[in-house]
Design a protein around this ligand. Structure first.
Ligand code: ADP
Ligand code: MG
Length: 255
């Protein structure tokens, strides 16, 4: 059975005067340990879909099930990362990464040890007492990921997590995040409008139509060498082939 099943999701936003149909009808499955990207143009409904999949937003109709049970009964299994890192600049890295545990009353010897291991594995121990303002954009993103992982979620939802970073940092952080997510054995669902990013990091890509969203195409991504980092995938011929295929799918928006 799939880890996450998205069935006939439809979403309309209502205000007093207007109705915006964001998602027309979307269904797909996510398997355990997938790194799945949802690709589509700006405004097509990607964030809406991610928020519904993670149980943050109520859909107009359709179902999202986690291990056969409503996602809303499983909110402790999900972690979320946004485009902005939303770190608190007035307090230390340590307080930032343990805040979620504190709020949930889960700060104990075991969870403290887990956070300490994460900080040490990802070379942040010596910055534990620093304020986020003293860190580079890339390090901040790593801290944000560790804060999410501190709660030990099974699935990570990433909404354009690299788009606020400059190009070079983005490529580096993409490698780092990928390796952390793989090492920690998590399932990840990432929203992006960047074809290269999606091809470099995912094993599956769902392409959405323009708004209201439908699934336009599903593409499995596999490279002959399956141990490549996202950055090294970019140098392969297969990368260009996938890029061209997806480019053509998205290019239809211009006609
Ligand atoms: P994407 O993430 O692909 O850029 P969104 O999911 O943010 O797209 O938005 C899809 C559509 O829904 C857009 O037309 C947007 O203006 C609209 N929308 C998003 N959030 C709301 C909201 N809270 N209320 C009304 N309309 C919204
Ligand atoms: Mg968005």
């Amino acid at each position: 059975m799939a880890l996450l099943e998205i069935k006939n999701i439809r979403m309309c936003y209502h205000s007093l005067k207007t109705e915006t149909e964001a998602i027309k009808n979307v269904s797909f499955d996510v398997n355990d340990k997938d790194f799945l990207s949802i690709l589509g143009p700006s405004g097509c409904g990607k964030s809406t879909l991610l928020n519904i999949m993670s149980g943050l937003l109520n859909q107009s109709s359709g179902t999202v099930t986690f291990d056969g049970d409503n996602i809303r009964n499983n909110l402790d299994k999900i972690g979320y990362m946004f485009q902005k890192d939303h770190l608190f600049d007035w307090t230390s890295v340590w307080n930032n990464v343990t805040l979620g545990l504190k709020i949930k009353g889960l700060l104990n010897d075991e969870t403290i040890a887990r956070v300490e291991t994460l900080l040490s594995n990802y070379e942040l121990t010596k910055f534990k007492d620093h304020k986020p303002t003293e860190l580079s954009g890339g390090m901040r993103q790593r801290v944000a990921l560790i804060r999410t992982l501190a709660l030990n979620p099974k699935i990570l939802f990433l909404d354009e997590p690299f788009s606020a970073l400059d190009y070079q940092t983005r490529l580096n952080i993409c490698d780092e995040m990928f390796s952390i997510i793989k090492q920690e054995g998590k399932t990840a669902i990432m929203v992006t409008h960047d074809i290269s990013e999606a091809v470099s990091i995912s094993n599956r890509i769902i392409v959405l139509t323009k708004r209201p969203a439908l699934v336009k195409k599903e593409v499995n991504i596999s490279f002959k060498n399956n141990n490549l980092t996202p950055f090294n995938r970019r140098k392969e011929n297969e990368f260009k082939e996938y890029f061209d295929l997806l480019w053509k799918e998205l290019d239809d928006y211009n006609d």
